[in-house]
Design a protein around this ligand. Structure first.
Ligand SMILES: CC(C)(COP(=O)(O)OP(=O)(O)OC[C@H]1O[C@@H](n2cnc3c(N)ncnc32)[C@H](O)[C@@H]1OP(=O)(O)O)[C@@H](O)C(=O)NCCC(=O)NCCS
Length: 199
């Protein structure tokens, strides 16, 4: 599927493929318990983070169903690496992709993750002609839930203790947006929704 050329720019951010120079910052994020507590993996050792980086550097295209693009997200003004976003091609037949995001806590609370995720939603509908964008998360992940609500995605499912993740039974939530819902979500400028003065 034809992604826009890299780097992809948003108001404050630059989305680009990972590079070898990102090793320290990726390890800084992936080695933290608070970053990985709702993920299927982690915290990662330095060696595990380097393997993850090598894998991420290859994830730059959606060629066949099942592919996943993982992009590093920099702050445009400073070039600091804030985190990453994921775009996974779930189904060709059903024109569905899944979004994901992981940001370092040092950069939490500025709307950066929402802004980067909103760009993926735009790409999915405007560039890739998708029918449905989904996100799956641990239902206890409150920050991720708020982000998806800011994007205008609907909660569609809540599975009760359906996954055994890192030693505990976890609930899984599924959020979604359809192409028919996207025009009104776009008009609402999702990355500012929910802020004072932007209700
Ligand atoms: C999920 C995650 C990316 C959310 O991070 P976040 O900092 O809450 O999200 P954003 O960067 O979009 O910032 C939003 C916050 O900034 C505030 N904010 C400030 N300026 C903003 C702006 N211009 N636009 C939007 N929000 C803004 C919002 O009010 C919001 O705060 P609130 O949630 O307390 O109401 C982060 O918690 C994370 O990486 N967690 C670890 C990995 C993970 O669990 N990933 C998800 C797996 S499903």
């Amino acid at each position: 599927m034809p992604l826009p050329p890299f780097p992809i720019k948003t108001r404050r951010l630059v989305l680009r493929p990972y590079a070898a120079e990102d090793a320290d910052q990726l390890y800084r994020a992936q080695s933290r318990e608070d970053v990985t507590q709702y993920l299927y993996w982690g915290p990662r050792t330095r060696e595990e983070a380097e393997v993850a980086l090598a894998d991420r550097m290859t994830r730059t295209a959606l060629t066949v169903e099942g592919d996943r693009v993982i992009l590093a997200v920099d702050l445009a003004d400073t070039g600091e690496l804030l985190g990453e976003v994921h775009l996974a091609w779930i189904s060709e037949e059903h024109r569905t992709v899944e979004i994901g995001y992981i940001f370092h806590p040092d950069y939490a609370g500025y709307g950066y993750a929402t802004e980067a995720a909103a760009q993926l939603v735009r790409i999915a509908f405007d560039d890739l002609d998708m029918h449905r964008v989904i996100a799956r998360l641990d239902a206890d992940n409150a920050a991720s839930t708020r982000l998806l609500e800011r994007l205008g995605m609907r909660k569609e499912a809540h599975f009760v203790r359906n996954e055994f993740v890192r030693g505990r039974w976890a609930d899984e939530a599924v959020f979604a947006m359809l192409d028919s819902e996207w025009p009104s979500a776009r008009v609402a400028e999702p990355f500012v929704r929910g802020l004072p003065g932007h209700a």
